[in-house]
Design a protein around this ligand. Sequence first.
Ligand SMILES: [Zn+2]
Length: 267
Amino acid sequence: MIATGNLLKMPAQIVDGQIQYSLTLGQQHVDMNQLVGKHIKLNYLNVINCIKCGAETKKSFNQGFCFPCFQKAPEADECILNPEKCKAHYGISRDMEWAKTHCLTTHYVYLAVSSGLKVGVTRQSQIPTRWIDQGAWKGIILAEVPNRHTAGVIEVFLKTFLSDKTNWRTMLKNELATHIDLIEEKKKALALIPAELQQYASPNNLIIELNYPVETYPTKPQTLSFDTQTTVEGKVMGFKGQYLLLDNDRVFNFRKHNGYLTELCVE
Ligand SMILES: [Zn+2]
């Protein structure tokens, strides 16, 4: 089987308690879970197309944009990385129409365990997608707020006490921090946030656990990149986060290759 197209983040959903990854490459929809155990080859065709406008770009900015889109597209605005800087609630955005559905909408502040405990922000519709993208193995909603900015303010406050980063090596090695009690951590975190933000505490204490389609986890993960090699080839050990896990501890981050024109071959 051969499919050709620009790589994009793998969509994922939970089916019967297991994460199901897919990939659209050109016209083809590939069920990624079915590749586990098979030998595959990814050939980079030396072209990067902007994931926003499609233009060819020598270099990918901010994981998939050409330079003009990096400067102008709302998807590449600073509020994506720093939600507290979002000004859409003042009517200021690169694109107010886009902001209506991406900034001025219900957001969650969450706690998740990927490497260790972390705090993060996402839109309501992105749970559990966001957690899957980060390779978290469990998560809980902490607060539900009316817009991106407010979520960012709570996150920035909690960053004093909690990490907002994932250690990707720990996450890929599947070293699970099993001692973390999310209900307890949620109580502690809510007690820390300022009084005027307490009203946003979420009553939802459901803990979502995530099971990844992985046969064997790497012990010393080594990253592969199309910036240094044009062919990535091997036996698929599984998928976690946005990583493809190959034999011999090799890993490939799909998200870092957004827009890279690639051919997928499966034996
Ligand atoms: Zn572009």
